[in-house]
Structure formats: structure tokens, C-alpha cells
Design a protein around this ligand. Structure first.
Ligand code: ATP
Length: 369
């Protein structure tokens, strides 16, 4: 069972949720609480079951087993239209023959909201996404980003408790996507609606969410804040899925105190922060993000406490200069250093003899699996 504990008030509770397609188990006993007003992202590789979780919450799929509660009401057997959730799809799904106004008004008309209430509510929703001036236009007269905003206005106009967003920004180009990420986050804060956002894009998840659920094969691998997920991954899958990471095999040499060990990392005795229950001789994995590693240039006669190697590749990335250092053992290590034209130390030449070091306590240690 994947148990996700929260201290705040949950608006959605999934208990022991199971779903199979064609005899194949896709979601296996998923337990998840989503807090009121939270921006929660479900992140995971293609096919891990993210959309299935969203469709189960929305009521577009029926669970084989388990329970779904929305705002304290068991909705497991209640049809989609009676759940207090709306969904924004990747494809926007706007009605092409209707104006922007009518697209947003559609749901309210279906709910038989009095027509005198419809106009102010639609215009309020359009103002929120800065499209009130576009109310008379048809979808084909809008850019992709504007169409996406109409889809969002349409989804929030009837003030749902929860908004489900399925890869909602993936059709947009990079710049627009960045802009919409910011706008969506601001809109969510303004509305105070709970957002459940599905994506396979790590950067998008890190920059938008209050909390991230990392999924693999229908299971939750980690549940935490963006910072926890990035800085303290609890296993190799999460560590690799969220950004670049270097993994070193190490052997425990000495236990210094409850929080620190000495370990042999690539032949170097290193002080490592580790509160795992490990004994001398145990194998562990030491994980370091590229930006946590430093490169020292080594010239004849220099002494270093670092691990020796040579710079084999350099890539200028604007803000950073990324290097691949091949250690004397043959292992390749990725290093990302902030680039400053006035700091020649960062601009290492190819085949330069170097040593890598890292900032103590920034490493993550995992038991050898
Ligand atoms: P992606 O990021 O590619 O959208 P995902 O994590 O959202 O992937 P799902 O769409 O939930 O994954 O699909 C999970 C698995 O369930 C996949 O193997 C998919 O083929 C299968 N699946 C989903 N819906 C159905 C269906 N209606 N019938 C049969 N199999 C399905």
C-alpha cells in the first residue's frame, strides 16, 4: 500500500484504489490524501498510470476496488457530472463553432444557471485569465496559449472544489509554457481551488507544485515538496527521474556518530552525512547533483583531497558551464558550475587534470539495493 500522510484538511481521499485494463493491474492499492487548496502534481514516466488516477477521480473510469471521497462525500459510485471536479485536457477540447464567451458559458447553461447570472460569471472568469476582450472571438482566432486559458476559464467558471489538469501545457511552445506555468500557479493561489496537475516534465513539476507525487508502474515512489523530492530523493528511481545525478558506490569504513560515517568513495576516504542503519563494510550509494560538485584544477606538485580525473567534455549553458570529468577509475561524473566570465577557474580546458570535491553534507546516501 502507498500511504501518503498529510496534516492538513484533505479535500480528496483515495483509499486502496485499484484499476486494471485487460487483466493488467495499472493502479495497485493507491492511498492518497490531497489537501484543500493544494497544488499537487502527479509526476512520472509515460504509462505509469498518472492519467488513470486523474480519470478515476473525475469519474471517467470506474475503480475495480477502493474508495474515492471528495469533500467528505463518497463519490466512488457517483457519475462524473455529479462530482465537484472539472478537468482541463491537453487538447483544450473547445467547441470550435462557439465564441469564447459561449465556450465558457456552456457548463453554466447546462446547469440551468439563470441567464442574468451567466454574463457576470463568464466575464469574471475571462478577466481572471485576461481574455475578457476576446469574448466574441472563435477559438481558431486565438493562439494556443489563449485557447488554453479559455479552457481554464471554462473549467473554473462553476467554481469546482478541485481542478484536474492532464498534461495541460504540453502542447505549448517552451516560452509560452513557462509563462503559463507562472500564470496557472498565480491563478490557483487567487482562486484557492485545489489543483491536481499531471505531467511527465520534472522541471514543470518542480516549479509549480506545493507537493509532488512521483509515480512508477502504478505505485507512489515518493511524496514530498519539490525541494524534498529534488534534494532528498528516497530511492534511485526518483533521484534519476528528477534531473541529473551522479551515483557513487561506496563502502562504510567507520561510524563517527549517529549522523556521520567515513566511507571509501572512489578510493578516497570521505566524511559522509548518513543516518542510515549501516555497519562497517556495508555498501552504500552516495548521490550528488552536478551542481553540488566542484572542480579543482591540478598542476604539477599540487596536493588535493579530491578525487582525481580529467575534464573530457564542456558544454556552455549560459548560466552554467557543464563538464564531464572522467575519474582515474574510468567513471564519468557530471559537474555543473556557475559561469562567470570574470572567473577563469570555471573555464577548464579539455584534458585538464582536475580533482572533484563536494560540499560536505550535500550528498544523499542510500542503502545499496
Ligand atoms: P502518459 O504520460 O503517456 O499519458 P500515464 O502515466 O498518464 O502516461 P496512463 O494513461 O494512466 O499513463 O496509462 C497507464 C497504462 O494503462 C498504460 O499502459 C495504458 O496503455 C493503459 N491504459 C490506460 N487507459 C486504458 C484503457 N482505456 N484501456 C486499456 N489500457 C489502458
Amino acid at each position: 500500500m502507498n500511504v501518503v500522510k498529510t496534516s492538513k484538511k484533505p479535500v480528496i481521499q483515495l483509499k486502496g484504489l485499484c484499476k486494471s485494463f485487460d487483466g493488467k493491474q495499472i493502479i495497485t492499492g493507491l492511498d492518497l490524501d490531497v489537501n484543500d487548496g493544494e497544488f499537487l502534481t502527479i509526476l512520472g514516466p509515460s504509462g505509469c498510470g498518472k492519467t488513470t488516477v486523474l480519470r478515476l477521480i473525475a469519474g471517467f473510469e470506474t475503480a475495480d476496488d477502493g474508495q474515492i471521497t471528495i469533500a467528505n462525500k463518497d463519490v466512488t459510485d457517483i457519475p462524473a457530472e455529479q462530482r465537484l471536479v472539472n478537468t482541463v485536457f491537453q487538447s483544450y477540447a473547445l467547441f470550435p463553432h462557439m465564441t469564447v464567451f459561449e465556450n465558457v458559458a456552456f457548463g453554466l447553461r447546462m446547469q440551468k444557471v439563470p441567464s442574468s447570472d451567466i454574463e457576470p460569471r463568464v466575464m469574471e472568469a475571462l478577466r481572471m485569465v485576461q481574455l475578457d476582450k476576446f469574448a466574441p472571438r472563435k477559438p481558431h482566432q486565438l493562439s494556443g496559449g489563449q485557447q488554453q486559458r479559455v479552457a481554464i476559464a471554462r473549467a473554473v467558471v462553476n467554481k469546482p472544489k478541485v481542478l484536474l489538469l492532464d498534461e495541460s501545457l504540453s502542447a505549448l511552445d517552451y516560452k509560452l509554457r513557462k509563462q503559463m506555468q507562472l500564470e496557472l500557479k498565480q491563478l490557483q493561489r487567487k482562486l484557492g481551488i485545489t489543483f491536481i496537475f499531471v505531467t511527465h516534465d520534472q522541471e514543470e513539476a518542480l516549479s509549480m507544485s506545493d507537493r509532488i507525487i512521483v509515480m512508477r508502474d502504478g505505485y507512489v515512489e515518493q511524496d514530498g515538496s519539490p525541494r524534498e523530492i529534488y534534494e532528498e530523493p528516497t530511492n534511485l528511481f526518483v533521484a534519476h527521474f528528477i534531473g541529473e545525478i551522479n551515483v557513487f558506490d561506496a563502502i562504510v569504513k567507520e561510524r563517527l556518530d549517529s549522523k556521520r560515517i567515513m566511507a571509501d568513495v572512489e578510493g578516497r576516504h570521505s566524511l559522509i552525512h548518513c543516518d542510515l542503519d549501516v555497519a562497517i563494510g556495508d555498501k552504500v550509494k552516495v548521490l550528488l547533483r552536478p551542481e553540488d560538485i566542484r572542480i579543482e584544477e591540478i598542476h604539477n606538485g599540487d596536493h588535493t583531497t579530491g578525487i582525481l580525473g580529467k575534464v573530457k567534455e564542456r558544454t556552455y549553458k549560459g548560466m552554467t558551464l557543464d563538464s564531464v570529468v572522467q575519474l582515474d577509475s574510468g567513471k564519468s561524473v557530471m559537474v555543473s558550475e556557475f559561469f562567470n566570465e570574470d572567473d577563469p577557474d570555471v573555464d577548464h580546458s579539455l584534458d585538464q587534470k582536475v580533482a572533484i570535491t563536494w560540499v560536505e553534507s550535500w550528498e544523499v546516501v542510500l542503502a545499496d539495493e
